[in-house]
Design a protein around this ligand. Structure first.
Ligand code: FES
Length: 589
């Protein structure tokens, strides 16, 4: 290597932080040769001392996950963008967490995906990463891993699937299916219509087109700064998505060159903005868990009460199912996230920065006026925030209720519990015509928390007992330590902590006990004398788990409760601090 070239290289390194990948490629020994040959075999030419950052493109497209199938096309777009910006793209597959097919729940594997992403980064010569995700758990899982590694990170999502049409009207994913299932159980939807519904629901690839968890997470991640502005709501297959993918590729290179790492984007201010946006979209309760987990990876302290306190003055402005009447496509047509941020401007901190290095006020300055499914701040769908946080003798560590989709008449309610000790028991009994239940009863489902199942499935929207559906009852108070789909609705108290499987008070409730709720006061109480609860506790023992090995066993041993984001205890950062990311030793493998 010539002296002139070596000096030029040193000058350039003095200006830009050395590339992480230099550790793999910058030597003249046999190990570096092996590394360069490995990449060259894949068509990626990495020279000894070039300054081209290597950008990993983590693609979670899979036939087992139709929500993520649009991502392969976007991976090509990202690759193009990286090349145009002078980087070297390398595409690799990651596990794909499909919400519909994975049992007991894709949530059991969110943390495993985060570990996969973090370890793929640690083990490989990547200077930056583009994560492609769409279905619910893939977005937080991928970001949690990238935040832990803290190399420059850009998120691309795949967009919402087309809208299905049923009996002459447009229907949204999930939400309408739950409503029509009740019609079916009540005997008001015949076989032919039920078959027609199934056919029409298979209408294309992409995420749920209602304000489910996938849309909620994509939107808050764009608001936080991890996405190309305006890209999180572009429908699947829309050519704008390809252009946004290319832009994402360019920005990944920009982030590496400017050392714009996730912890510079994810700050207390941007987290607060994300929480306010989550309230304004009437978003999924699952996003509360995911944001707590994401904050935990950056050592940022967040409490459940932050989600109600920060949302208190924010109106629910996005008129999308299940809170409203439209679909995510209509939110996009109304200006998407930039327009929403503009409307929320006075509630937000502008001192945040996105992957393009823009402050929030710069994004807002070029945002369109809100329209379509985005309401003006003066005409909200609901006021007082989207989430109620409840504490009390039944939920000492907290529980969550989504207010705009709940029945206000049940916000203050006192009634007898009807307890199901497991999901299987609930399914076995819920259609029983002799079930002792009335519209005033409170349905309780225990044993479905993060440790319980394990994985905390979306079983919280307990079906209304069939005998009550037939009487015209459409909502009841339901309480569980499970989650529910972002597409779900009803007066449903979720994420009760501590969960029953670790001895939370939910484990001690028996049918007939009186439960009292006051949503506005933030209370959820079991009205049973303390001495009686103590007596029951002495008789309680933790349920045995069949999981004695493998991932489920590791997960049960280390998963934290919902208020801590259901992350594993060895993956979080200490509050207000950051543990060093340990780089691998580079040598012969
Ligand atoms: Fe995948 Fe809704 S099931 S996004």
């Amino acid at each position: 290597m010539g002296i002139v070239f070596r000096n030029r290289w040193k000058e350039r390194c003095a200006r830009m932080k050395p590339l992480r990948s230099n550790a793999w490629f910058s030597n003249d020994d046999e190990v570096a040769v092996l590394h360069r040959v490995a990449l060259a075999s894949a068509g990626v030419c990495k020279r000894t001392h070039d300054d081209k950052p290597i950008i990993g493109i983590a693609n979670s497209a899979s036939d087992l996950n139709p929500c993520n199938l649009p991502l392969s096309n976007l991976a090509s777009a990202a690759k193009m963008g990286v090349l145009q910006a002078g980087g070297l793209p390398v595409v690799f597959p990651t596990m794909s967490l499909g919400e519909d097919l994975m049992k007991p729940t894709a949530m059991l594997y969110r943390n495993l995906l985060s570990i996969e992403i973090e370890e793929m980064i640690r083990a490989n010569p990547l200077d930056g990463i583009i994560v492609l995700a769409n279905c619910d758990k893939t977005i937080p899982g991928a970001l949690m891993g990238a935040i832990s590694a803290n190399i420059p990170t850009v998120l691309i999502t795949g967009g919402a699937r087309p809208a299905a049409r049923f009996q002459g009207r447009r229907i949204g994913t999930g939400t309408d299916l739950w409503r029509l299932w009740d019609e079916r159980r009540a005997g008001r939807l015949g076989d032919e219509a039920w078959d027609e519904l199934e056919k029409t629901l298979s209408c294309g690839v992409g995420a749920c087109n209602t304000m489910g968890t996938a849309s909620s997470m994509a939107i808050v991640m764009e608001a936080m700064g991890f996405m190309v502005p305006g890209s999180s709501t572009i429908p699947a297959g829309d050519q704008r998505g390809y252009h946004a993918g290319m832009k994402a590729g360019e920005l990944a290179v920009f982030c590496v060159k400017s050392d714009l790492t996730p912890t510079k984007i994810l700050t207390r201010s941007s987290l607060n903005n994300a929480i306010k946006v989550l309230n304004a979209i009437g978003g999924s309760t699952n996003a509360i868990i995911h944001l707590c987990a994401i904050a935990g990876r950056a050592g940022i302290e967040v409490s459940l009460e932050d989600f109600s306190a920060l949302g208190k003055d924010v109106g629910v402005l996005v008129d999308v199912e299940p809170t409203g009447q439209y679909l995510v496509h209509d939110f996009d047509a109304g200006g998407g996230v930039p327009a929403l941020l503009r409307e929320l401007s006075e509630h937000l901190s502008h001192a945040t920065i996105n992957i393009a290095g823009q402050r929030l006020d710069e994004v807002i300055a070029s945002a369109p006026s809100p329209g379509g499914a985005i309401r003006r701040d003066s005409e909200p769908l609901a006021t007082g925030g989207a989430f109620g946080i409840l504490r009390g003798t039944l939920a000492p560590d907290g529980a969550v209720i989504k207010k705009p989709t709940a029945s206000k008449r049940l916000f203050r309610h006192k009634g007898p519990a009807l307890v199901f000790g497991s999901y299987a028991e609930m399914l076995a009994r819920i259609d029983d015509p002799d079930l002792e239940v009335s519209a005033e009863s409170i349905l309780v489902l225990a044993g479905c928390g993060p440790v319980g199942t394990p994985g905390m499935p979306e079983w919280g929207m307990i079906p209304i007992p069939t005998k009550l559906v037939k009487q015209g009852v459409s909502d009841m108070l339901r309480i569980s330590d499970a989650r529910m789909s972002g597409t779900s609705f009803g007066t449903v108290v979720l994420h009760v902590a501590p969960e029953a499987a670790v001895g939370g008070p939910l484990a001690l409730v028996i049918s007939g006990d009186i439960i009292e709720i006051d949503v506005e006061a933030g209370r959820l109480d079991l009205v049973v004398p303390v001495a009686e609860l103590e007596r029951r506790r002495l008789q309680w023992s933790a349920p045995a788990s069949p999981h004695l090995r493998g991932w489920p066993a590791l997960y049960r041993d280390h998963v934290m409760q919902a208020p801590q984001g259901c992350d594993l205890d060895f993956l979080i950062e200490p509050k207000g601090a950051r543990l060093p990311f340990i780089e691998p030793e580079i040598g012969r493998s």
